[in-house]
Ligand binder design. Sequence first.
Ligand SMILES: Nc1ncnc2c1ncn2[C@@H]1O[C@H](COP(=O)(O)OP(=O)(O)OP(=O)(O)O)[C@@H](O)[C@H]1O
Ligand SMILES: [Mg+2]
Length: 157
Amino acid sequence: MRCGSAVEWMRGEPMTWRRAYLGRLDQVAAARQFAATLFAGSGHEADVAFIVTELATNAIRHSRSGDHGGWFGLDLIFADVATIGVSDLGGGKVPTVLPEPPGGEPKGYGQGLRAVSKLAVALGVHGRPDYGHTVWAEVDMRVNETIREGLATTLTS
Ligand SMILES: Nc1ncnc2c1ncn2[C@@H]1O[C@H](COP(=O)(O)OP(=O)(O)OP(=O)(O)O)[C@@H](O)[C@H]1O
Ligand SMILES: [Mg+2]
């Protein structure tokens, strides 16, 4: 058996998971817990859990996923560069990283995707407002320090 660190062993083969959740806030918590458990021991479980929370909350708040009977989908890929994707039911709006408000102004809404962009090495969206979007973020599991600020501040398709 190959000797190395436990984290190297965990990342030996990419692992993928997919789950669907009802479009309710308690299901955001369930998705967060699911992701945190799957990434436990990687050193990045808190970042992954945060990203799942932000993307799933957006799906419920900004798309039909939050309507009665709605749902959202969660994709997770555990690899050197992990992928977190949340799919929603659309509804007219477009996921957008909003600019930082000028200094001194209250932060208010629009912080979620900006915060995700600072944790991620890439952030993107595909889909259509009428049909639904998948918003995805990539997290470099090999990076420990938070030196990525500014690397991914815009959404790319
Ligand atoms: N899944 C989505 N579907 C459609 N529009 C979205 C989606 N996610 C985000 N958006 C749009 O992008 C904007 C920015 O999202 P972001 O998460 O940064 O802010 P917010 O959800 O409005 O507030 P906050 O996350 O700070 O509570 C939202 O206001 C919304 O218009
Ligand atoms: Mg948000």
